[in-house]
Design a protein around this ligand. Sequence first.
Ligand SMILES: Nc1ncnc2c1ncn2[C@@H]1O[C@H](COP(=O)(O)OP(=O)(O)OP(=O)(O)O)[C@@H](O)[C@H]1O
Length: 351
Amino acid sequence: MTELRLEGVSKVYGANGTGTSALEGVDITVRDGEFFTLVGPSGCGKTTTLRTIAGFEAPTDGTIRFDGREMGDVPPERRDVGVVFQSYALFPHMSVAENVGYGLRFREPPDGVTVDDRVADLLELVDLEGMGDRDPDQLSGGQRQRVALARALAPAPDLLLLDEPMSALDAQLRESLRRQVSRIQSELGITTVYVTHDQAEALAISDRVAVMNGGRIEQVGRPQEVYREPATRFVAEFVGDNNVFEGDVRGRNGEYSRIAIDGETFSLPSIPDGADRVTFCVRPGALSQAADHNRLPVTVETSEFLGETVRVNGRWNGRRVVLQLPAVPESAELTVGFAPDDAHVIDLDRD
Ligand SMILES: Nc1ncnc2c1ncn2[C@@H]1O[C@H](COP(=O)(O)OP(=O)(O)OP(=O)(O)O)[C@@H](O)[C@H]1O
């Protein structure tokens, strides 16, 4: 099994590196057996990162190592990497079994088993036993992606790379495939890098997540860390709904700091001396009408019924505010508050 390391990896497309800068100094360590996800908006460099790991693109700068071994001169077919792309990319004129067996064209099956046995094992692993004789066009989208996964896993690669493998599927199928991928990954214990623009999917499926933006890594952490303790404003706003505020630090009040925003005073957990400005965030679920601290009046603009809760979009002094309430509010004006400990400080500045 394999540890993957990216050290200062940059990529500039175009002749002589004069075109688009897609990656800027990306440092990532993916631990042996880990399910690691690259998440970020369209164009942030996720696919480019995956393609440089696979060897389909050469980095302009930096180093990629598998278990300490530099991959610079190693071509893709000698990297022991299984890749699954967004589109199914199955061969339409080959049966399901032939598609899976195609993964073994460069390599003998592991442990001396026959190709047929290996293909049968893999079809069982992806819950497609008995479907080997079908053509790809006799399968659903989810089943085709499972064939693609079986094909990638056939030669027992050291590393599995998945580039938005579920994005062409409907929501229900996506969730069921997500559970299957998760089960298979932990059964095999294979080091996996997964790419998605869907932050909810990233949080649900990963051991750790790297949030990318503009070719850079904004934060790497466990899903709970990235969600509860975003390191940057971008992460706070990209991962789940959030409210980000900026205020002036106005001294202490016991164990709390006093913060002024538009002349109103708020209490936050104690802020280190020397900071004049603070950027902090409060999750929608932490803003409640019952809270008696840090109250702010909100003008409701839209309400979205989500089943268990209602997402309310509103404004406070011109700022966008998102609330998560148990029911659609009865009035267009309401006051909510938050407990100081529910605020997370993102950034501190001096004037
Ligand atoms: N072959 C290429 N030639 C030139 N520029 C490219 C090429 N591939 C990607 N880019 C550019 O590099 C940047 C990163 O693209 P990349 O595909 O890695 O992003 P992404 O995060 O995977 O986006 P998406 O989620 O839309 O697939 C973008 O600005 C893109 O336009």
